[in-house]
Design a protein around this ligand. Structure first.
Ligand code: NI
Length: 220
């Protein structure tokens, strides 16, 4: 990567950091930071992906997330404007935008599949990895708290989610979120590196849930 490209990545990190400061629902700057770092780790074993495009897409992957913005098109335009201001070619801007397209969990529900570019596969993997493991557990309860959900409700059954509307409907207890989403993520990884990291993080969550239920019923 050239010094100029490294400089653009640092400037973009500063821009994203400022944009997401004050977000506390789990999509704060540090989520972007972790996805960026994970994307670099995964990209080290994916020579067909362009590292410059991958890093920019990882940093900006939630700027146009439908959950977080009023208009996805306006958000994509903001990304285009920012990258054009950094001197990226129209072609590279398109590659960054393709790197954040089709990566959301809800876009894979109901058996839908998306054709992802090598860069998007890495960003998707990194984003989903940040939703599982120790960080994923912490994020799930923080998000549930922001929605006034109980940590657990023995009478609430997990649902099978089939579309985006289901997914965005409220879950009454955060433990259900593990069965509705978090424990499904390890089977939605694209790259070999992410599959291995997901396997470890998945095991950690299973151990957490086992301990959680034992404590819930006063057995430990
Ligand atoms: Ni994200």
């Amino acid at each position: 990567m050239t010094a100029g490209q490294k400089d653009i990545i640092q400037k973009t990190a500063g821009y994203v950091r400022q944009k997401f400061s004050g977000e506390s629902s789990g999509h704060d700057w540090w989520h972007m930071y972790r996805v960026w770092q994970l994307a670099k780790t995964i990209a080290a074993s994916e020579p067909q992906a362009d590292l410059f495009i991958t890093e920019l897409a990882a940093l900006m992957h939630d700027v146009a997330d439908a959950k977080l913005v009023e208009s996805e098109e306006a958000a994509r335009q903001e990304i285009r404007d920012w990258l054009a201001g950094q001197g990226l070619s129209a072609e590279d801007i398109q590659r960054v935008l393709r790197g954040i397209t089709g990566i959301s969990f809800s876009s894979t529900l109901g058996g839908k599949t998306a054709q992802l570019t090598p860069e998007a596969q890495i960003v998707s993997d990194a984003d989903k990895l940040d939703g599982i493991g120790a960080i994923g557990i912490a994020r799930a309860f923080t998000y549930g708290g922001s929605k006034n959900n109980l940590i657990h409700d023995p009478e609430a059954q997990p649902r099978e989610l089939t579309d985006a509307a289901d997914y965005h409907a409220n879950t009454p207890a955060t433990t259900n979120h593990f069965y509705e989403k978090l424990l499904l993520l390890k089977d939605r990884m694209y790259t070999a590196t992410a599959k291995e990291l997901a396997r470890q993080r998945h095991e950690y969550m299973e151990r957490f849930l086992e301990e959680f239920y034992a404590e819930w019923d006063g057995k430990r």
